[in-house]
Design a protein around this ligand. Structure first.
Ligand SMILES: [Fe+2]
Length: 269
């Protein structure tokens, strides 16, 4: 469908509806990187989804938070596996040697190694769950919602099948810094989560600054390969939006009693 026919069909230009620039991959590499950074920060579900906006304002019922938390935990548990897949996409050449340490360090932090220095990030999130009244057993035994399956599958797919610099372009660390900072005041004041249970959010407000710079620097190093690579990076970012939007939308649908949000049995993580 041509842009003109599309505009007639939806009553508006899809680029305007999505607030998406026209073919940003045709921009020169430095401008593309800037646009990808800006677009991700301004449009990521962590920034714009009503679920997080209500949470930030403290108007989201804590019961809704308790439905969302086990779903997000299921996705968090996949991060170390996904980042191991990302590392596995790194060709073993001298030119790419500098990325080995970067990717391994990021993976080790998420997985909690060395154990005397840090805890696995899913464990930090389980402590947060305790702080909103969910036991470890409740989180681990919660059935996955449909959107959780899709979020996990797509996240693993992209990290397994795309080059590491393409999957890095879809990473959610940059918008997560802002999200953690925005949620903390409501978590303390409205939801009364004890400080000892907030380590996940406090730590990620800092850690993901570093991780965000890491993924942005990887994107900058490879964006000059051409419009084809830049397009894959842009699409990877949109798929990352889909991961988080799909997961939260499924929670919201479940809270509304949506028939497609039928519960399923838990499976091994
Ligand atoms: Fe993390």
């Amino acid at each position: 469908m041509s842009p003109v026919a599309l505009k007639a069909y939806v009553g508006s230009d899809l680029h305007e509806v999505c607030r998406m620039p026209q073919d940003p991959w045709n921009l020169p590499a430095p401008e593309f990187c800037e646009e990808l950074r800006r677009y991700k920060l301004e449009n990521h579900p962590f920034k714009v989804h009503p679920f997080f906006l209500e949470w930030e304002k403290g108007t989201l019922p804590i019961e809704h938070l308790r439905v969302w938390a086990p779903q997000f935990y299921a996705w968090l548990c996949v991060i170390p596996r996904a980042y191991a897949l990302r590392f596995a996409q790194l060709p073993w050449t001298d030119e790419l040697a500098k990325y080995r340490g970067m990717l391994l360090e990021h993976l080790a932090e998420e997985a909690g190694y060395p154990p005397e220095k840090q805890q696995p990030h899913p464990e930090l999130f389980l402590k947060f769950c305790e702080g909103i009244g969910l036991s470890r057993k409740q989180v681990l035994s919660a059935p996955w919602l449909p959107g959780t399956y899709l979020a996990i599958d797509d996240f693993l797919y992209v990290n397994h099948y795309e080059p590491f610099y393409v999957s890095a372009a879809g990473s959610s660390e940059p918008p997560n810094v802002d999200l953690c900072e925005r949620l903390l005041p409501a978590l303390r004041k409205t939801y009364k989560v004890p400080e000892a249970n907030l380590e996940y959010y406090v730590a990620h407000g800092e850690l993901d600054k570093e991780h965000g710079e890491l993924v942005n620097s990887i994107v900058a190093d490879f964006a000059g390969e051409g419009p084809g690579t830049r397009r894959k990076m842009w699409e990877s970012m949109l798929r990352g939006f889909g991961v988080h939007q799909g997961l939260v939308d499924s929670v919201v649908a479940s809270l509304r009693g949506h028939p497609h949000a039928a519960k399923t049995e838990p499976r091994a993580r």
